[in-house]
Design a protein around this ligand. Structure first.
Ligand code: ADP
Ligand code: MG
Length: 469
């Protein structure tokens, strides 16, 4: 029998706020265990949650960026379950009234595109973390993550192939990063995916029984897990047996999924509206003002970047990190050379971007020095390394480091003559027609000039010397 695959994805993205969803504890990855925990995160009796305004703003922006309707009224509910990383015994989440619903996200392929419908985006708090591998006989609990703000973005079961699922995830991630909603750093666990998958006979309208693969933390693993499930489920169905609705875990060492637990139904969680939290009522004017703030969409911005001379890959890299694209925008305001600026950002500046003191003004100045021939590329890289941390003026640094480019043809010719004298055999060979030795002479001349020679001029002079066109 021939089956078709049906996939729906639930993505948890951690919101880029300073503090947690309902408390003033820091929302910070990597701090000492249990150092960002307040009485609210612990759920001590008598404390009250207070909703984080910034988290709401980011959730709305996520909704707008995925073409959702923003719901003027949404509510928080308690989702009950027991686990050592959940001290309250319930998670505060949104249930039947989420903050955003009915969105779309378009994914693109070589031969066309497809709209994936988004069912809803809701806000919820994260749980803590259990650590099993530090001590032999016990597990440890770190509650720094308890109460961290998340949005969960749930698609309709519109995805028909593991590759489509990956396209969707990549695109969603780009959009959320671009909108400043989340860093979507998968290694830090702030972009996590649960994948739901079922099969049905081709032509069948009704959905088959699905399994849910929990918390897969890389795109490759999502794809592997889905591919494995397709084979596993089709074998079961071909035998005429039934799929058990369950939650499964992916093991990346053998690319298989394993049953974790039979799927709980919503009623198992005993959802009810959280009596400590008022419904969230948003003013139309507030939603509208956020719409205006966002301005360009990811797609518009990509089109704009291509229109000023960048490639799609350039645009992708710049837009993958809000610091890069901000820096690019600011630099081209000063130095209107988009391709040059982009090349330097994505090949060099990117190395320092997390700890950057250099102002775009000085970066632009550095590139101008390259352009007007004052320094060569390699010197510029050395200078950039230095001033990335100090924001020292590039002109002063050129002086300090003695890196001013040597453009005098007279001097460069002297250098070339010295090189030719030092390498008589190579000179003979190149004169006999072995033109590929040109790069050898280039290298020697650059070396003798202590890296300061203007490579373009040296190249031209060498060619003249050896009668190469
Ligand atoms: P649950 O109650 O199990 O969480 P939901 O209806 O909330 O299920 O859907 C969760 C996700 O699973 C959604 O992304 C949805 O599109 C997807 N989904 C639902 N039913 C199926 C199915 N039969 N096959 C594949 N995906 C499904
Ligand atoms: Mg669900």
């Amino acid at each position: 029998m021939n089956f078709e695959t049906v996939i729906g994805l639930e993505v948890h993205a951690q919101l880029k706020t300073k503090t947690k969803l309902f408390s003033t504890s820091n929302n910070e990855f990597g701090d000492d265990p249990n150092s960002n925990v307040s009485i609210v995160d612990l759920g001590l009796p008598g404390v009250l949650p207070v909703l984080n305004n910034e988290a709401v703003r980011l959730a709305i922006i996520a909704g707008i960026s995925t073409n959702c309707s923003i719901n003027e009224k949404s509510t928080f509910a308690r989702k009950h379950y027991f686990y050592p990383d959940l001290p309250k015994g319930y998670q505060i989440s949104q249930y039947d009234e989420p903050i955003a619903s009915n969105g779309t996200l378009e994914i693109k392929f070589n031969d066309g595109s497809k709209i994936i419908r988004i069912n809803r985006i809701h806000m919820e708090e994260d749980a803590g973390k259990l650590i099993h591998d530090i001590s032999e006989n016990s597990s440890l609990v770190d509650l720094n993550r308890a109460g961290v703000p998340l949005i969960e973005i749930v698609t309709e079961p519109d995805i028909s192939h593991p590759e489509e699922a990956i396209e969707y995830l990549k695109r969603l991630r780009k959009i959320l990063i671009f909108a400043g909603v989340s860093d979507c750093d998968m290694e830090k666990g702030n972009f996590r995916c649960d994948a739901n998958i079922s099969l049905r006979p081709i032509g069948e309208k009704e959905l088959g029984v699905k399994t849910e693969i929990k918390n897969v933390n890389s795109f490759k693993f999502v794809q592997k897990a889905l591919e494995y499930e397709i084979v596993r489920q089709s074998k079961i169905l071909e035998k005429g047996e039934e799929i058990i609705q369950e939650t499964r875990l992916f093991n990346s060492s053998n690319n298989k999924t394993y049953s974790m637990r039979t799927k709980e139904d919503a009623h198992d969680y005993r959802y009810f509206p959280d009596p400590d939290l008022q419904p969230l009522i948003l003013e139309k004017s507030y939603i509208q003002s956020l719409r205006e703030d966002i301005g360009q969409s990811y797609d518009d911005k990509t089109k704009y970047l291509i229109s000023i001379g960048l490639t799609e890959d350039d645009a992708d890299i710049l837009l993958s990190n809000s610091k890069l694209i901000d820096y690019f925008d600011k630099t081209i305001e000063i130095l209107n050379q988009p391709k040059l600026v982009c090349n330097w950002i994505i090949s060099e500046l990117i190395k320092y971007v997390e700890n950057l003191s250099l102002e775009p003004k000085n970066f632009a100045k550095l590139l101008e020095l390259v352009k007007d021939g004052t320094i060569n590329n390699n010197s510029a890289k050395d200078i950039l390394l230095k001033i990335s941390k100090t924001n020292q003026s590039p002109e002063d640094t050129v002086e300090d480091m003695g890196l001013k480019q040597e453009n005098s043809e007279e001097l460069l010719n002297e250098i070339i003559d010295q090189v030719i004298n030092s390498f008589p055999d190579e000179s003979k060979r190149i004169n006999d027609g072995e033109e590929k030795l040109l790069s050898f002479f280039m290298g020697q001349a650059m070396k003798l000039s202590k890296g300061k020679g203007n490579p373009k001029i040296i190249n031209r002079l060498l060619k003249k010397k050896f009668n190469i066109n």
